[in-house]
Write a protein that binds this ligand. Structure first.
Ligand code: ADP
Ligand code: MG
Length: 484
């Protein structure tokens, strides 16, 4: 389905390309041994290299390179065995060296792709243009003192992967799906924690509009949008602004803009700088980065199973729907939990319980799956008791709720509360006879054709047995008596 905005001159299509800065998970920075831990005392994690002291030499961090290669492999992208670091020169108070070391001409990762899933069940492929390694800058703090600004260099020199998409995105929903999928892949790979609140994943959003079938028009780049919600909000706002300019006979200028979520508008930060403004040149302190094909192969062999593959496997191996599989692989921990429950059991029933009552209980407690009071083993134990007929599905809901409250096993709950399913034919027959005797009027109505009343009798028998009767047996026994 195409997503358009209706203007006074007809429908406009949105064109979006995203540049994501993803902070690499590594103990040390890209070119120094300083720590990358989040939340340290300001300027406590700064080496002389990061502070730009004269004569200090950068040394590439092997692990950061490995992380970039793993990410490239996860994005099904071309891995470049030779890449190079360039200096991107600009002056700013958070950049003590006066240049950022980045990869301009020869990035470590070339073209790749990401498949996104949309709400209507369709999928689309979004192209990845490139991924390159670069340094982060420091952080300026303007709100600590009335007259001065402070700088914290803890972040300066931390490794970032800039992941650039093709202008393939056509709606806010697709942009959101792209970011969620990218974050999911990075988390599975363990190369970036994807935590947008802490700034370890930030997006620059490039937006333009055009009439369907036209060539691309001028774009604007909205810098540092720091949540998926803001990305989906800013796209139509910026598109509307551009549509109004075009429709009133004006021309959109290529600019860098900022999003003000409070006012719901974007405003100009600066006119777009071009690459030549940065005076890029190869960093003379660093040799070209050359990696071996065999090392790339080793990293590829050690890659974890990624969400798309896991989802496909869950569907075939456990017979569950694409939708359920998608929910269960959303996070690695959930997928692992599901597999521990489903192994050797009915995969569909495991999926139904997890996506139903189990997630609902976790949500109520505002807990992640890692802190679930009910372990995979315990949930599996409960499924076993349903499968072998010890409890019925209805009682199981109550059992699971108690398990969440007390942390007991399913069998302990069932024994303590006496919830075993009643499969004793005699007991169910007695209950059925009593109900039938008590409701002679309803029996007459039923026999005269009011079929729906059957459910009433089932409900009454279940009630008389405190919900513990085997529902199949109740049905059978009632049928024999009412229809016989
Ligand atoms: P620069 O290096 O100047 O930032 P790029 O060509 O590398 O420019 O593009 C940066 C981002 O802008 C990419 O994500 C790309 O997909 C996106 N982009 C390019 N052209 C357009 C356009 N006409 N509309 C929307 N996004 C675009
Ligand atoms: Mg750019």
């Amino acid at each position: 389905m195409t997503w358009t905005i209706e203007g006074s001159t007809g429908a406009w299509e949105i064109v979006v390309g995203l540049e994501v800065h993803a902070q690499v998970i590594s103990k040390a920075k890209l070119f120094s041994g300083a720590s990358t831990l989040f939340g340290g005392e300001p300027n406590s994690q700064v080496s002389l290299v990061d502070a730009g002291f004269p004569g200090m030499l950068p040394v590439i961090n092997h692990e950061c390179v490995a992380q970039a290669v793993r990410t490239g492999l996860g994005l099904k992208a071309q891995i470049n065995l030779m890449s190079r670091f360039d200096r991107k020169n600009y002056f700013y108070a958070d950049l003590p060296t006066g240049y950022q070391i980045s990869q301009f001409v020869h990035p470590i990762v070339g073209e790749g792709k990401i498949e996104i899933e949309l709400a209507d069940g369709t999928t689309r492929e979004i192209g990845i243009t490139r991924l390159h390694l670069e340094q982060d800058a420091g952080k300026l703090m303007h709100d600590q003192d009335p007259t001065r600004s402070f700088v914290d260099l803890n972040r300066a020199g931390v490794a970032l992967m800039e992941i650039v998409s093709e202008p393939d995105i056509r709606s806010p929903e697709e942009a959101g799906a792209y970011l969620r999928k990218l974050r999911q892949i990075l988390r599975y790979l363990g190369t970036c924690d994807g935590n947008m609140e802490e700034g370890s994943m930030r997006a620059d959003v490039n937006v333009s509009v055009r009439k369907t079938g036209e060539a691309f028009r001028t774009r604007c780049e909205i810098k540092n949008v720091n949540s998926i919600r803001f990305v989906t909000q800013v796209i139509p706002i910026e598109a509307m602004r551009q549509i109004e300019i075009w429709e009133s006979g004006g021309e959109v200028d290529q600019e860098t803009r900022l999003f003000d979520p409070g006012k719901g508008e974007t405003r100009s930060l600066r006119s777009k700088e071009d690459a030549h403004d940065y005076r890029y040149f190869p960093d003379p302190d660093l040799l070209p980065l050359v990696i071996e094909r065999s090392w790339v192969d080793e990293l590829a062999a050690a890659l974890p199973e990624l969400p798309d593959e896991k989802r496909a496997r869950f569907q075939t191996e456990y017979g569950i729907t694409a939708y359920d599989a998608g929910v269960l692989v959303a996070e690695q921990a959930t997928a692992d939990f599901y597999e521990a429950v489903a192994k050797g059991r009915d995969g569909r029933s495991a999926a139904a319980w997890m996506t139903g009552d189990f997630f609902a209980a976790l949500n109520r407690m505002s807990r992640g799956i890692e802190e679930s009071p009910v372990s995979a083993d315990a949930l599996g134990g409960m499924l076993d008791m349903i499968a072998d007929g010890t409890i019925n599905g209805k009682i199981a809901k109550e059992v699971l709720e108690t398990m969440f409250e007390t942390g007991e096993s399913a069998s302990d709950v069932v024994e303590r509360k006496g919830l075993r399913q009643v499969t004793d034919t005699g007991a169910i027959e007695t209950a059925a006879d009593e109900i039938i005797a008590k409701h002679a009027d309803k029996v007459a109505e039923y026999k005269s054709g009011k079929d729906k009343l059957f459910g009433f009798f089932v409900g009454q028998v279940m009630k008389a047995t405190a919900g513990k009767a085997n529902p199949a047996m109740v049905n059978e026994i009632l049928k024999a008596r009412l229809d016989g």
